[in-house]
Design a protein around this ligand. Structure first.
Ligand SMILES: *Cc1c(COP(=O)(O)O)cnc(C)c1O
Length: 363
């Protein structure tokens, strides 16, 4: 493949060419420092400028209220599965986890090492349960949700009603993809490599009232307090990843901010679902009001055809359409950086493939 492909990977995922070009242009000599961002001290004024601007852009784009802190942490969303209970769940007390898929299960498993987990389960993997205050343990310290289930292709269209119990949300695959009210949440976390930039950094947005509650034996690097009191510079942060996240945030602002991006994402996903629902070859089994805008799993009528589909698509430059190994079939991820052309090109290919299959069936 000599040119760029359309990359439907669920993560690490496609980035805008203009962002990659900016990285390329600044790679050897960042702003006349004579060095690359990756060679620069994390205590330098240039890097401090980058991390401060990244936080400001994030605050502006998401409308983050002042009482929330923003952290840049390593270890991926998976480390947050441990950090959340270590910081918010006193030993042997209860937290509520709404179980909607593979990632929520991993989050629950880590919390159960710290305390008691009340599990509220989806009736099926194809939908998000409706949860009200009566469903939630009275003394629960928080309610954990996986806002967008990257593997199952489901998404919360309404948040659980939790009263005064804070919602902790894994937004790894949906952060900045739609309008949300940060104040509805106690804590939000997201690995960058889906919607925000390269792997290596995880964004945590936390109500300051939830910070500093860790037990005394909590390791320093696992306490939110450490990131809060050092502005995420207690030790060397993933400097280059933070720099690319900053460029991505700038790009999102240039696009017109979250409103514009959310509308574009809705349009992309709607176009795709409409085509699938009208087609007799392709299926997506997610309940209509739980459908993800970011990750769309689909299948044909047979595994053989799925395999052929993935192979033929890749030959035309439409890559990484293989579904997660736990569910099979195909999956198309349409994150912020996926242009509408990436969606229409895929639909065009699907029409052509369907035509070929139908003709061969009649031959
Ligand atoms: C990708 C993903 C994770 C895991 O992220 P890592 O950064 O690899 O730890 C967790 N939750 C969700 C919803 C994801 O999409």
């Amino acid at each position: 493949m000599s040119g760029r492909v359309f990359n439907y990977s669920a993560g690490p995922a496609t980035l805008p060419v203009s962002v990659l070009e900016k990285v390329q242009g600044e790679l050897l000599n960042f702003h006349n420092t004579g060095m690359s961002v990756m060679e620069m001290s994390h205590r330098s004024k240039e890097f401090k400028g980058i991390i401060i601007e990244a936080e400001q852009l994030l605050r502006e784009l998401m409308g983050i209220p002042d009482r929330y802190k923003v952290f840049f942490i390593q270890g991926g969303a998976s480390l947050q599965f441990s950090m959340v209970p270590l910081n918010l769940l006193p030993r042997n007390e209860t937290a509520t986890y709404i179980h909607t898929g593979t990632w929520s299960k991993k989050a629950m498993q880590e919390a159960s090492k710290q305390g008691t987990v009340q599990v509220i389960k989806s009736p099926t993997a194809n939908s998000i349960p409706h949860v009200t205050q009566q469903d939630i343990h009275q003394h629960s310290h928080y309610v954990h949700i996986t806002h967008n289930n990257t593997i199952e292709g489901t998404r919360y269209s309404e948040l659980p009603e939790t009263g005064s119990i804070p919602i902790v949300s894994d937004m790894s695959s949906s952060i900045l993809s739609e309008r949300i009210h940060v104040a509805d949440y106690g804590l939000i976390y997201a690995g960058a490599q889906k919607n925000l930039g390269p792997a290596g950094v995880t964004i945590v947005i936390a109500d300051e009232g939830l910070i500093g509650k860790q037990s005394e034996d909590c390791p320093t690097m696992l306490a939110y307090q450490t990131y809060s009191s050092s502005d995420s510079l207690y030790n060397t942060p993933p400097t280059f990843s933070i720099y690319v996240v900053k460029l991505m945030l700038q790009w999102m602002k240039e696009q017109g901010g979250i409103s514009t991006i959310a509308d574009a994402n809705y349009e992309k996903a709607s176009l795709f679902y409409k085509y699938i629902d009208e087609s007799s070859l392709y299926h997506n089994r997610v309940d209509s009001n739980s459908r993800s805008f970011m990750n769309i799993p689909f299948t044909t009528d047979s595994e053989e055809l799925d395999t052929l589909f993935i192979k033929k698509a890749a030959e035309t430059g439409l890559v990484n359409l293989k579904g997660h190994r736990s569910v099979g079939g195909m999956r198309a991820s349409f994150y912020n950086a996926m242009p509408i052309d990436g969606v229409t090109s895929l639909i065009d290919f699907m029409k052509e493939f369907e035509g070929t299959v139908r003709r061969e069936a009649h031959a």
